[in-house]
Ligand binder design. Structure first.
Ligand code: MN
Length: 211
């Protein structure tokens, strides 16, 4: 399917922080890449950001310093919505390495679970295929994000994880509204900060609501 979303994105690579002067009036889509799935062991290597246009800003961290005042200010700016797919992981990593509580948050995975009850496939690839008709490649997902130089295919993969989140949010918001579940979604997004803190505190595998 031909669409504007598939014209190649403009990818800007930065080191250590965002440049000055960026504006995200429609909210900002964010993803992170780490050395693995344990935030206490596996460091933050990359943060990807897009304003819902065709631009993606990649902030690369080389491991020693996590001084990123402009990125931190954006993450906690109450007027800028941060759109993630599986925010629970990203905000825990951002809290651990940047010492910042991200808010406000929208999570396309939670929204999907609340409305796409006809399937158990809630991966980003599944959402892009069904809701947008876009095929994503997951080829570089488990590559070495700590490498000194990232390859062109790593950069393209990293960018593709944030390029479609604004359009997914628009589709999911329509579905949430249609099914009367917008309030559940908002309450779940508001709880995410606590969920991430519980994960970091060692409660990741435990459902504290279960019997
Ligand atoms: Mn990713």
């Amino acid at each position: 399917m031909a669409s504007a979303a598939q014209t190649s994105p403009v990818i800007k690579l930065h080191h250590g922080d965002l440049p000055a002067g960026l504006k995200f009036p429609r909210g900002v889509a964010i993803d992170t890449e780490t050395l693995g799935l344990n935030p206490h062991r596996d460091r933050l290597c990359l943060a990807q950001l897009s304003g819902g246009d065709n631009f993606v800003h990649l902030v690369k961290f080389d491991g020693d310093t996590y001084n990123a005042p402009r990125l931190k200010a954006l993450l906690k700016d109450p007027k800028t919505e941060k759109i993630f797919h599986f925010a629970r992981f990203d905000i825990a990593v951002l809290e651990k390495y940047l010492d910042v509580e991200t808010a406000p948050i929208y999570c396309t995975k939670i929204a999907s679970k609340l409305v796409r009850t006809y399937t158990d496939r809630h991966g980003l690839k599944d959402l892009c295929a069904e809701l947008l008709g876009i095929e994503l490649s997951k080829q570089q997902q488990s590559s070495d994000w700590g490498a000194k130089e990232l390859s062109q295919s790593q950069l393209a993969y990293a960018a593709s994880d944030v390029l479609h989140l604004h359009k997914l949010k628009a589709k999911l918001d329509e579905m949430l509204d249609r099914e009367g579940r917008t309030e559940y979604a908002q309450a779940a997004f508001a709880f995410l900060a606590t969920r991430a803190k519980l994960d970091l505190a060692g409660f990741a595998e435990q459902d504290i609501f279960s019997h």
